[in-house]
Design a protein. Structure first.
Length: 371
């Protein structure tokens, strides 16, 4: 009997740039020409049915004009499409078009597109490079940093996926002008979440300038995009694989993700998150970590952003309570919540642990008493 040890120690540099600007399609093409994805000449552009006509078609034509091979792979817009079935359909279509390991995936769209395309890239040919071209405020706030890719299932959201870092991310603020007001509000939910967990000054800035964002004030849009990246990066750089600190980015998501699913995605992600944030600040106040004034300030800011803060009447609250158990923070069958400490900080439950065990009775009380 013998043992053969396989030594696989390695140092990997997954660093990448996030470029924030306006009308970045030409910059993207130039970066590709100068080797942002190496010597690759084949680009699979993954997008959704809305973004296809707005941006993806033009980017494909620019790539083809530059001598590259490029094809569009389009799925129906919306969270309902972020599934294993959609991933399989895209992969099969890529195989039929002759895409192999010598390709790069280009995600053009919002968070659903970047999550799904990143997951495809991480598994296709056992891993191919990808680039994110983010076209929504929500993607700028949530999907631009971190490399988390995933799909949803009927039983849970974002539990099937992997970590796969892009070669570069482009945040095209000009694209925000194509978004309906409801989508802008949805993106603000993740932005407010970042302020609540990490930066009281940013929270106060949003309180003053939220109306300016709605008119696409250049300085305000750029500051919000940069601050979102800075806050998320400050967390991800310390915990890339979500072993502890990165859980704080799930602030508001325990109830938010559950209500998003129970609503059958009638609520956008940011809308569901806003309700989850309202539940979370009520919980934080209940536990003594926030004053009533602080709680009300968060709820007021969410409402100022045109976001919902109450549970819709069509939601069965008992079903919602049970859905909480599909949250990825659940351990040993116990609910765990990330909880604010005032505004701009998070409760550390114990050294390096940021999710607090919460009895179902306490969570039920919060949900049942929310107006």
């Amino acid at each position: 009997m013998s043992t053969f040890r396989v030594e696989l120690k390695k140092i990997v540099d997954d660093s990448y740039d996030i470029e924030i600007g306006y009308g970045l399609e030409t910059k993207l093409i130039n970066d590709i020409k100068f080797g942002i994805a190496g010597n690759i000449q084949k680009f699979a552009i993954i997008t959704d049915s809305i973004v296809k006509d707005l941006y993806a078609e033009r980017i494909m034509q620019l790539l083809i004009q530059s001598g590259m091979q490029a094809d569009l792979f389009v799925f129906e817009a919306g969270e309902k499409s972020k599934t294993r079935r959609t991933k399989e359909e895209i992969e099969d279509a890529m195989l039929e078009k002759g895409y192999r390991r010598d390709c790069c995936i280009l995600a053009v769209g919002g968070g659903v597109v970047t999550d799904l395309a990143g997951f495809v890239a991480g598994t296709y040919g056992r891993g191919v490079p990808f680039i994110n071209y983010a076209t929504t405020l929500l993607a700028a706030a949530d999907a631009s940093v971190g490399g988390k890719t995933a799909v949803d299932t009927p039983l849970a959201t974002n539990l099937i996926g992997l970590f796969h870092q892009p070669k570069k991310v482009y945040l095209d603020i000009a694209a925000w002008k194509t978004l309906p007001p409801r989508q802008i509000a949805s993106g603000l939910a993740e932005t407010i979440k970042h302020a609540c967990l990490a930066n009281r000054d940013f929270f106060d800035y949003l309180n003053v300038h939220i109306a300016d964002l709605k008119t696409f004030d250049k300085a305000v849009c750029e500051h919000i995009a940069e601050e979102n990246c800075r806050i998320k990066y400050s967390v991800v750089m310390k915990d890339e694989r979500e072993s502890g600190l990165r859980e704080i980015l799930n602030l508001g998501h325990t109830v938010g993700r559950a209500i998003e699913t129970v609503s059958d995605y009638r609520l956008l992600h940011g809308e569901a998150l806003a309700i989850g944030m309202a539940a979370e600040v009520n919980l934080a106040h209940e536990l003594g970590f926030m004053t009533k004034q602080e709680r009300d300030m968060v709820i007021d800011l969410l409402q100022k952003a045109d976001l919902p803060t109450s549970i819709p009447s069509y939601i069965d609250r008992n079903v919602l309570v049970q859905k909480l158990y599909t949250d990825k923070k659940v351990k040993n069958g116990k609910l765990r919540f990330v909880v604010q400490k005032g505004i701009g900080d998070i409760v550390e439950y114990e050294n390096g642990v940021f999710a607090i065990p919460i009895d179902e009775s306490t969570a039920r009380k919060i949900i049942m008493t929310m107006s």
